[in-house]
Design a protein around this ligand. Structure first.
Ligand SMILES: Cc1cc2nc3c(=O)[nH]c(=O)nc-3n(C[C@H](O)[C@H](O)[C@H](O)COP(=O)(O)OP(=O)(O)OC[C@H]3O[C@@H](n4cnc5c(N)ncnc54)[C@H](O)[C@@H]3O)c2cc1C
Length: 474
């Protein structure tokens, strides 16, 4: 059916229905705005469909199998068989439940959902091309617009994704069987999370990383715990090498890498997974039509209300400056919606947590000790090793630590770095502490349930104050 050209108007047009766009739409709907949310692919964006959720589903599923398979010491003798088809069906079911929830919540909040590819036509008009033959397009006139078009994987020259030999994270999340071997190009968080999944499923994994460590940006004592465990899982690391080429050989492929001195190395493998980072999706929006330009990193600069240099045009999530994280996108979405509705909302980035779902997990928030020093604080630091936590020992996973960084003079908590079981959850307490302006005394004086992993947070605060009970004070 040919729909033809139609023209509609809206108070707020949002391009992209990821955790930035759909959260902004729901919040704006709650505040009584007339909202149109446009999505070209799938409700929930990268996060729900090809990122956070499917990756965490596979991490959990492979952990269940791996834990059972390695629990001999606990007296569990399992014969674990992985049914990849069933695992995929379960993972897809989780994704479907969440994406249909997004659609229902948007509709329940009065959001008008439009399927199609949007681009700017002029400073107050979008053109939305509908999918399929003869589906036509529509023009949407807006008072305000939010750009929430997210990001896509960066390609390495010569390693264009073909879904067969050279895979993106999306391909890896949809494998129908476990490959014999995989060369993973890039030791960032996506590369490391999925390398762990693959290794636990019996794949022979080699991680090629240009730098001399995994997880750039995290401190060495944090990454070393993860790196050591990954090595114990059989993951082979090749640091200081960059992937330069690949070729087919006998049904498999050979990946060539090069080090700084130009020396070449070759790795025969079934497939290569390229995970060297992601870049904002802005090139398809015809930003010239509204006179907006990305900065030299390819992101859009915004103010405290997520507004760009163009009045009435906002940018949130992976397209905006700052860390590419789903919760950062959602918070920016809420603030942008509230600002557009005239509420006194503003962004505050002092406590953006980050988690890496490797084995063990990493959870960080706020400043490191070095960052605190650089910011002019005299930091008080408290550490508590997971091996001294009763609960950690009872889980059979006792690698890692909790570290709290505070201002020595005032006791205010400035940051935390956690490596260990459930670090992604534990870090939330310290995010709240920073947000509330809590001190070391506040955290130390809070009665924590025993036996729990969260006691390690209390102990780290006590350690910074010089009176930890279950570890030696300096
Ligand atoms: C494998 C993987 C694992 C991840 N794990 C985590 C994690 O554990 N925690 C975390 O915080 N983050 C994680 N992330 C990052 C997270 O997915 C992103 O930060 C988040 O999705 C960004 O949200 P967004 O709303 O900005 O964009 P997206 O989620 O990318 O959504 C953008 C949407 O815009 C649509 N779109 C683009 N252009 C147009 C157009 N012209 N017209 C209409 N629609 C358009 C796209 O189809 C897409 O649906 C992960 C990412 C990946 C790839």
């Amino acid at each position: 059916m040919v729909v033809g050209d139609v023209s509609t108007g809206t108070e707020l047009a949002i391009i992209g229905a990821g955790p930035g766009g759909y959260v902004a739409a729901i919040r704006a709907g709650q505040l009584g705005l007339d909202v149109t949310l446009i999505e070209k692919d799938a409700w929930g964006g990268t996060c729900l469909n090809y990122g956070c959720i499917p990756s965490k589903a596979l991490i959990t599923a492979t952990d269940v199998g791996y834990e059972a398979d390695t629990a001999e010491e606990m007296g569990i003798h399992a014969d674990v068989k992985v049914d990849v088809d069933q695992m995929t069906t379960w993972k897809d079911g989780v994704v479907d439940q969440l994406t249909s929830g997004v659609e229902k919540l948007c509709k329940a909040n009065g959001v008008n959902l439009v399927e199609g590819v949007a681009e700017f036509e002029s400073e107050n008009k979008l053109r939305v091309a509908h999918g399929g033959d003869g589906q036509g397009s529509e023009t949407i006139e807006f008072e305000n617009a939010i750009i929430a078009t997210g990001s896509r994987p960066i390609e390495v020259p010569g390693f264009e994704y073909d879904g067969e030999h050279v895979l993106s994270s999306r391909d890896v999340l949809d494998l129908d069987r476990v490959p014999e071997s995989m060369v993973v190009v890039g030791g960032g968080y996506i590369g490391m999370e999925l390398s762990t999944v693959l290794a636990k499923m019996g794949c022979d994994v080699t991680v090629v990383e240009m730098l001399d460590d995994i997880l750039a940006g995290y401190e060495e004592d944090v990454t070393s715990v993860v790196r050591q465990n990954a090595e114990d899982l059989g993951i082979d690391f090749r640091f200081g090498e960059a992937a330069s080429d690949w070729e087919k050989r006998d049904g498999d492929i050979v990946v060539t890498t090069e080090n700084e001195d130009g020396e070449e190395f070759q790795y025969a493998t079934e497939k290569a997974f390229v995970a060297v980072g992601r870049q904002p999706v802005l090139d398809t929006l015809n930003l010239d039509a509204i006179g907006l330009e990305p900065n030299e990193d390819g992101h859009l600069e915004t103010d405290k209300q997520a507004q760009t240099d163009v009045a009435g045009v906002y940018a949130i999530g992976d397209v905006a400056t700052g860390p590419m994280l789903a919760h950062k996108a959602s918070k920016e979405g809420q603030v942008a919606a509230e600002a557009i509705a005239g509420e006194p909302a503003a962004l505050d980035y002092q406590a953006v947590p980050a988690a890496v779902f490797t084995d063990p997990e990493i959870g960080t928030v706020g400043m490191t000790e070095q960052e605190a020093e650089d910011a002019g604080f005299s930091p008080a630091v408290g550490n508590f090793p997971m091996r001294a936590s009763g609960r950690s020992l009872t889980t059979g996973n006792d690698d890692g630590f909790v570290r709290i960084v505070a201002d020595e003079d005032s006791g205010f908590i400035l940051g935390a770095q956690i490596v260990g079981p459930e670090a992604s959850e534990l870090v939330a307490e310290l995010g709240l502490a920073i947000e509330m302006g809590a001190t070391l005394e506040d955290v130390a004086a809070t009665i924590h349930t025993h036996p729990t992993l969260s006691e390690a947070v209390m102990e780290a605060a006590e350690h910074a104050l010089g009176h930890a009970i279950h570890t030696l004070n300096r």
